[in-house]
Design a protein. Structure first.
Length: 304
């Protein structure tokens, strides 16, 4: 634990990890392989989690008994805690840190949560950067893409480059990286659920391979950006017909003995879209289409 003989070994850039789960362990391994000193704090250290202690020891990571014991030593810390406690942890760490300490918030917190953490940390004299993991740590490891945002992001990027991280600055606005992460999650988790519901149904009809091949062919023959824009533009022109098709598909899924959970959401979207349509609507520039549809959807939400 921090405070023992290992503390005298800390030289140069000392990197703190607040949280020592999967991401923390991957980062620790990468930093240690480059010779950086790493200190980690995790509540499970105090609970005598033998497996976690072994991982830290094998990587040569100094274990801190709590966040307070890290504050006097660190100049840079990566926050890797659950989003539900991120603001609380940022506040606790700020109470014990050295002035000018840099906090890199890699949590999956919302933009508003990250803005709250940034406010707390800056008021205590620290520098805060919103960072989002834009890939899968399990498969991409230490080189997983990172997106950075905030007033100190450019300066933080220089340190990330020195640390060997794969980072890119998006904006000077805290919350921008978090918003990209969460919006990407909407798509990725949504398509995950849609694929699963489609294949569950296809399996019951004995056509899973055929459906998979058909969908795969569509995506393979089209550039994704072009396909996405085409779908959005043609939605404006054909949304009423497509709504009827989706409603018919609901019966197909129910006949297979399943509840169409994802498809129900799709039907609700088409119902709202059809209710907002205007016979004079055109599908010109995609930004014009999105702006117009947003204003209508927003009005409908207020009415509800």
């Amino acid at each position: 634990m921090l405070g023992g003989p290992q503390e005298s070994e800390t030289v140069g850039e000392v990197i703190g990890l607040i949280g020592f789960g999967e991401v923390g362990q991957v980062l620790a391994k990468g930093f240690r392989e480059q010779g950086f000193m790493v200190i980690a704090s995790d509540p499970r250290f105090a609970n005598e989690s033998e497996a976690l202690h072994q991982v830290a020891d094998q990587l040569g990571v100094i274990k801190a008994k709590d966040i307070a014991s890290m504050g006097a030593i660190l100049t840079s810390a990566f926050m890797l805690v659950p989003s539900g406690v991120s603001s609380e942890v940022a506040k606790e760490f700020s109470a014990h840190m050295r002035e000018g300490t840099r906090l890199f918030d890699l949590t999956t917190s919302s933009p508003s949560q990250k803005k709250e953490s940034a406010f707390l940390f800056r008021n205590a004299g620290g520098a805060y950067t919103d960072v989002s993991i834009m890939g899968t740590v399990a498969s991409e490891g230490f080189k997983v893409p990172l997106l950075m945002a905030g007033p100190e992001a450019e300066e933080a990027y220089e340190l990330f480059a020195e640390l060997g991280l794969n980072a890119k600055v998006l904006s000077s606005e805290v919350g921008a990286a978090a918003s990209v992460k969460m919006l990407r999650s909407i798509f990725m988790k949504g398509i995950e659920a849609l694929i699963f519901e489609t294949m569950l149904t296809a399996e019951q009809y004995g056509v899973r391979d055929e459906v998979m091949d058909s969908v795969a062919s569509t995506f393979e023959k089209n550039e994704f950006k072009d396909l996405a824009e085409t779908l959005m533009k043609t939605h404006i022109l054909h949304r009423e017909r497509r709504k009827k098709e989706v409603e018919e598909c609901m019966a197909l899924i129910r006949d297979a003995g399943l509840r169409p959970l994802v498809t129900e959401g799709v039907v609700h979207f088409f119902e709202a879209s059809v209710a907002n349509r205007n016979e004079l609507d055109t599908a010109d520039k995609i930004e014009d289409v999105l702006k117009r549809e947003y204003e209508r959807m927003k009005v409908q939400l207020v009415k509800e």
